[in-house]
Design a protein around this ligand. Structure first.
Ligand code: A2P
Length: 282
């Protein structure tokens, strides 16, 4: 497995496992299979309501805690200085761990109407910085932050985010955010790197995948890697989990990377940090 070195000096696997929904529906088996398949970086959140089973699956794997990277997130309703500290303690308790590898702000705004969001975000970040200093977190990050949200943290904080986790897949790249993060040395992570399977039937992707002799899922994940993005694919079947880690045998040509970058909007979830959710695919 390839590793990436982040701006805080930590090295992490270049592909992580996304646990949203996958783990809730199928329970612990999915996580046990992901560990057996070789995943070592697990992305969860208090919102996913699966921290307890993730902690249990990691403990019962028999592997030492240090083998794993565990990232969780503070939910919208948990933001603010005191709330965030309490939310982190609850996450640690549910996971049964005494430290997290990464703690991320899940969304920059608790409420789209909130005119105080920048203050709330900076207070959330301040609590996270203090928790890192106290040894409860090894690295800090954000999720769904666009450049103007990142600016708030850059101005008020003292620790640079190591990660910004955003929706990223062919058909929805958020390139402005990717470029901003990359210029700052912030690692972009992709949630829904396959557009929650919505893009897997796309004609261009299917044709290109066939040309390289890979699955459309592998094409999406390799594209993320070639864009220096760390994907967090979700899968329930062990063979898909393995397939999603097996990206070494091919390289997407520069011309095809351009074609993927220029695809029309496809498979967008409809989620946006500054706007009400719109129906998927619009
Ligand atoms: P399943 O959970 O049945 O394995 P994303 O990570 O972009 O949110 O996408 C997750 C979706 O993609 C799930 O529906 C998952 O199906 C599906 N998926 C994951 N890996 C593959 C794969 N290698 N081939 C086809 N579909 C996949």
């Amino acid at each position: 497995m390839e590793y990436l070195t982040l701006n805080n000096g930590l090295s992490v696997p270049a592909i992580g496992f996304g646990t949203y929904k996958a783990a809730v529906e199928e329970g612990e088996t999915v996580l046990q299979n992901a560990i057996r398949t070789g995943y070592r970086y697990f992305d969860t959140a208090s919102f996913y309501e699966n921290e307890e089973i993730l902690g249990k699956a990691l403990r019962e794997s028999g592997l030492p805690r240090q083998e794993f990277f565990v990232a969780s997130k503070v939910w919208k309703t948990e933001m603010g200085y005191e709330n965030t500290k309490a939310a982190l303690d609850r996450s640690l308790k549910r996971l049964g761990m005494d430290y997290l590898d990464f703690y991320l702000v899940h969304w920059p705004k608790a409420d789209l109407e909130d005119t105080q969001w920048a203050f709330r975000l900076s207070e959330t970040w301040r609590a996270m910085e203090d928790a890192q200093k106290a040894g409860k977190i090894r690295g800090l990050g954000v999720s769904n932050c666009l450049p103007h949200h990142l600016e708030v943290i850059l101005e008020s904080g003292t620790i640079m985010p190591a990660i910004d986790q955003i929706e990223f897949h062919p058909g929805y790249l958020q390139l402005e955010t990717v470029e901003k993060c990359q210029s700052l040395g912030i690692q972009v992570q992709a949630w829904s790197p396959m557009g929650r399977a919505r893009v897997l039937q796309d004609a261009l992707l299917c044709e290109m995948a066939e040309k390289y002799g890979v699955s459309t899922a592998q094409l999406c994940l390799k594209f993320a890697r070639q864009m220096q993005v760390m994907p967090l694919p979700k899968a329930t079947a062990p063979e898909r989990m393995l397939q999603n880690l097996s990206l070494d045998g091919f390289t997407i040509s520069a011309e095809d990377v351009e074609a993927l970058k220029n695809m029309p909007r496809t498979g967008w979830s409809g989620e946006h940090p500054d706007r009400e959710r719109v129906p998927a695919n619009s």
